[in-house]
Design a protein around this ligand. Structure first.
Ligand SMILES: [Zn+2]
Length: 258
């Protein structure tokens, strides 16, 4: 098995980007739902999910195994149409059986509406036994992660079916997750996380070696499709090859193929 990019948005990547990833040793990707413009109707959401399903085949023909996630990203909650939210949630429920996982879902501001949309979707994941990738925001990360963990516990999802994404190595956040079994997603982008952050974490807590999953989150915004490969190359300068390989491949595989 080559590398796995644990979080990206392939519908915004070109044939060239994806081919480059395959050529540089990436074997699999996790491609997640996210629309830069929120859906104006449940059928727009449905079309986005169909596009993701199409992309599984497109990536496959390039040599990348694509794991597809469907879900309503917190920034995709149709605020002008919130009374209709159950119809949007129904679309997620309809597609989750065909998808490999739920994602990307999560919280952005932590509003009551976001909390209830996340809770409903986690219930779908529990019912279908699908893994979940959860977005955490740039601002108020600690408080929002606390809220997310509360919902996970309320719903009764088991920790090892959940990946908390876009984490940073802050001591307060480490404290929140250190005694739990969540997978921990680190996005290799400037302003999000770096290989040095990951190195620091695995040296602080050896058990994180089993749970960290690297990703590029490439797609709409500034990002680099080879970020996971580049991070691996930096990490092997300081870590045992087998350890770096867990972070860039094996952990993601265990999370996805549980
Ligand atoms: Zn993303």
């Amino acid at each position: 098995m080559g590398f796995i990019d644990g979080h990206l948005h392939s519908v915004f990547l070109s044939w060239y980007d994806l081919s480059l990833m395959a050529e540089e040793g990436i074997d699999a990707i996790v491609t997640l739902a996210y629309m830069p413009v929120p859906p104006s109707s449940p059928s727009s959401l449905r079309d986005h999910f169909e596009h993701l399903m199409f992309d599984k085949t497109r990536c496959g023909s390039i040599g990348l195994r694509a794991y597809v996630g469907v879900g309503i990203h917190p920034r995709n909650i149709p605020l002008n149409n919130a009374s209709n939210i159950s119809e949007y949630l129904k679309v997620v429920e309809d597609y989750l059986g065909r998808a490999d996982l739920l994602g990307e879902v999560g919280l952005e501001s932590g509003s009551d509406l976001e909390l209830s949309v996340l809770r409903e979707q986690l219930l779908f994941a529990k019912r279908t036994d699908k893994p979940v990738i959860i977005h955490t925001p740039r601002t108020n990360k600690f408080r929002i992660i606390e809220k997310i963990i509360r919902i996970i516990d309320d719903v009764g999802l088991s920790d090892d079916r959940v990946l908390l994404d876009h984490l940073i190595p802050s001591p307060r956040i480490i404290e929140l997750v250190v005694d739990r079994d969540f997978y921990l997603g680190f996005t290799m982008q400037s302003g999000k996380a770096s290989p040095e952050d990951v190195l620091y974490l695995v040296k602080t807590e050896e058990e994180f070696i089993e749970r960290i999953v690297l990703n590029s989150d490439s797609g709409v915004y500034p990002s680099y499709p080879l970020a996971v490969v580049e991070a691996y190359e930096e990490l092997v300068e300081d870590l045992d090859k087998t350890v770096a390989y867990r972070l860039a491949s094996l952990n993601a595989l265990r999370f996805l193929e549980h």
